[in-house]
Write a protein that binds this ligand. Structure first.
Ligand code: MOS
Length: 704
């Protein structure tokens, strides 16, 4: 273990465990108003008119006519309105907000507001959609030729469902007029994203965003906080008072962006038992607005071949509009859909060819120096084979796999499954160089305390601690001499958003550089400041975003997972007995924090594979809007989790670190499904594969 990996106590731990860390709903301000939203109850309609109840004194309705700037929330394309104007596009589309001093009263008034709709036929199924939001494709070699010369063609289609981020704290903001401008504070990942959205909606440059402690995000606070912030700020502007808008759990579950449902078809050309080409078609359901669907589709398309080197490859992806809850950012960002699909496809193809699944998959695994799907390179060592060995020791995978392949009798049946995946660290393509252009640094005060100047947010992932460790170790000073307060756009430079597994690798690297300079130039008793800007590593093959050519990512993190399940054939219940993972995140900046991320990702990934269902009714409404009917796994559902790391330092990461945040959710679903397939003796092509699905398989088996 490297010195930097040795675990320390989290900087904000005492505050949080003592209940002294304030979250947005803990905060009140003098004269503060509460807000409740009137939302569309139709999936697609024209608004003919709105009848408000009589509003008591001090209560106000706020709608699109009150938006001082553009009625568009700036995300990528600006099609999300702050408040709906003439039409509504999904059940939950915000129409107007009632604000006033009493929380219960605003909710009652919102409920009493009557919207007169002219209903239009909604598009609820992606196959009925004629609106393509985004189209992406990549091409390597000659797939068509491979298909023509094949002696066998193997095709399969996979479906993955919508998934909710299920953060503990719902979305929420307080907006308040301050010094002639507008300040917004709340639960969010990206202070400058929110700031830029506010500038456009308010038509003003005089905007400040301040972070508050954030109770989980998982991507769910990457795009949506810009929406909530604009709504609260428009209300605060109209009333001249602070306005708090915190979503209820019901609203947050049913109306905020989630993981895109996807349908992915793989077609492999086979010649003499070898894969000679793979053709992939991806369909992502983007829901009512575009949010971040472009970048989600890009990552999905680029990663659709998984960790495999296919000489001839084509991937074509489309993202369609439907009148359902928008898809948005969620940990993994388009990748969990394709890695479930490609891993399961490779398993089934191995069966089809009479090969051992693990051996077959290792045979096609990329190596250092190989081409990526976009004809970039895997520049750094790929240590997956060593990781598989380590995993096998940890989980007894091979032994158990052989054991469970023998006929199982009795009520309980077991299976063990495997997956291997990567996660491309940081923004896709030229995002870091052309869009983000991170700026961050350090300011030493005369008394020797060191302030981290960055705008990345703590949302439970431990960034205050990991950033502080990087700086403290480089300066060779105690951790408690470092300060990293909650980002405020009036104080902190724009180090970029807290997304895309980029914070440690990109921003941490710049902080390490700043710390080296400060150390070299350290002068006692004076204030000193060192600012660093992002430079694109020169070894990278420039990315052509038009044609998807070049290095899509500077570095990749890797994981291998082994998951063991037990099926109760009487009830259809599946218990995860063991979930093991070996991870290459370069060098862990803190072993306990990193392991926590991996364990959380395993649970979230098993939920994705097994129990997390978003239930739409025939009218397009999400019916399960509580954690009593949106089922995330608990510790009772998952037995033992074992996590281990390999060191594989990355030259351009701080102390060799690469991205770690998103990757752990990607591998569990295919490993879980592989295990379940073994236990049930059937092939599975969709997730989540629920208890009801298991029951169906068992019933069919009975009837044979
Ligand atoms: Mo993310 S899904 O890059 O916050």
């Amino acid at each position: 273990m490297e010195k930097i990996s040795a675990s320390v106590r989290r900087v904000e731990q005492e505050l949080k465990s003592a209940g002294k860390a304030n979250y947005i709903d803990d905060i009140t301000m003098p004269d503060m108003l509460h807000a409740a939203m009137v939302r569309s109850t139709k999936a697609r309609a024209k608004i003919n008119g709105i009848t408000l109840p009589e509003l008591p004194e001090g209560y106000t309705a706020v709608d699109y006519r009150d938006v001082p700037g553009k009625n568009e929330v700036h995300i990528v394309k600006d099609d999300t309105p702050v408040f709906a104007e003439e039409t509504v596009e999904f059940i939950g589309d915000p129409i107007l907000m009632i604000v006033g001093p009493d929380e219960k009263t605003v909710r009652r008034l919102a409920q009493q507001t009557v919207v007169d709709y002219e209903e239009l036929t909604p598009v609820l199924n992606v196959h009925d959609s004629e609106t393509v939001f985004f189209h992406e494709s990549l091409n390597k070699g000659d797939v068509d030729q491979a298909m023509v010369t094949a002696d066998d063609i193997y095709t399969e289609t996979f479906r993955t469902a919508m998934q909710e981020q299920a953060y503990l704290e719902t979305n929420g903001m307080i907006a308040y007029p301050e010094n002639g401008g507008m300040t917004v504070t709340g639960s969010l990942q990206c202070p400058y994203y929110v700031k830029n959205a506010l500038k456009q909606a308010l038509g003003s440059e005089d905007v400040r965003v301040v972070h508050q402690y954030t109770g989980g995000a998982f991507g769910g606070k990457e795009d949506y906080p810009s929406v909530v912030a604009c709504q609260a700020a428009v209300a605060a502007q109209k009333t001249g008072k602070p306005v708090k808008y915190v979503l209820t759990r019901e609203e947050d579950l049913a109306f905020t962006p989630k993981r895109h449902p996807a349908e992915i078809t793989y077609q492999a050309a086979i010649k003499n038992g070898k894969i000679t080409g793979v053709d992939i078609t991806l369909t992502y359901d983007a829901g009512a607005y575009t949010t971040l669907s472009l970048v989600v589709l890009q990552r999905g398309t680029i990663c659709a071949n998984g960790v495999y080197n296919f000489e001839n490859l084509r991937a074509v992806g489309d993202s369609y509009k439907t009148n359902t809850c928008p898809g948005g950012a969620f940990r993994g960002f388009g990748a969990p859909q394709v890695f479930f699909s490609v891993e399961t496809f490779m398993d089934h193809l191995a069966d089809h060819l009479g090969r051992n699944r693990l051996d077959f998959k290792l045979e096609y695994l990329v190596k250092q120096g190989d081409q990526t799907s976009t004809q970039g390179r895997f520049h750094q060592p790929v240590v997956v084979p060593q990781m598989v060995e380590k995993l096998d020791k940890m989980s007894e995978f091979k032994k158990k796999r052989a054991l469970y392949s023998k006929p199982q009798t009795g009520r309980y049946r077991r299976g063990i499954g495997f997956s291997q995946i990567f996660h491309g660290c940081g923004f896709t393509g030229n995002g870091e160089r052309d869009l983000i252009k991170a700026v961050c640094g350090l300011r030493k005060s005369a008394d020797g305390r060191v302030l981290i100047l960055a705008a990345n947010t703590e949302m439970g992932q431990g960034i205050i601690t990991t950033f502080s460790k990087i700086v403290a170790q480089t300066l060779d000073i105690p951790l408690d001499q470092i300060d990293y307060p909650k980002p405020d756009t009036n104080v902190m430079p724009d180090s970029g958003p807290t997304v895309a597994s980029r914070s440690i690798m990109m921003v941490g690297n710049l902080l390490e550089k700043a710390a080296k300079k400060l150390k070299e130039n350290w002068q006692d008793g004076v204030e000193q400041e060192f600012i660093e800007r992002y430079h694109h590593p020169e070894f990278l093959i420039p990315f052509d975003a038009e044609n998807f050519l070049g290095d899509a990512y500077p570095a990749y993190s890797w994981s291998v997972n082994a998951i063991e399940v037990e099926v109760d054939t009487l009830t259809g219940q599946v218990k995860t007995l063991h979930a093991d993972g070996v991870y290459d995140i370069g060098v862990p900046i803190d072993e306990v924090i990193s392991a926590g991320q991996m364990e959380g990702g395993i649970s979230q990934g098993i939920g994705y594979a097994s129990s997390e269902v978003i239930g739409y009714d025939a009218r397009g409404r999400i019916r399960n809007n509580h954690f009593s009917d949106y089922i995330i796994p608990t510790s009772a559902d998952i037995g033992e989790i074992n996590v281990d790391f390999v060191n594989n330092p990355y030259e351009f990461g701080p102390y060799g670190a690469k991205g770690a945040g998103e990757m752990p959710i990607v591998g569990p679903a295919p490993a879980y499904i592989d295990a379940l397939e073994q236990a049930l003796g059937t092939n599975i092509r969709h997730i989540p594969f629920t208890q009801e699905d298991v029951m169906r398989v068992l019933k069919e088996e009975e009837q044979l």
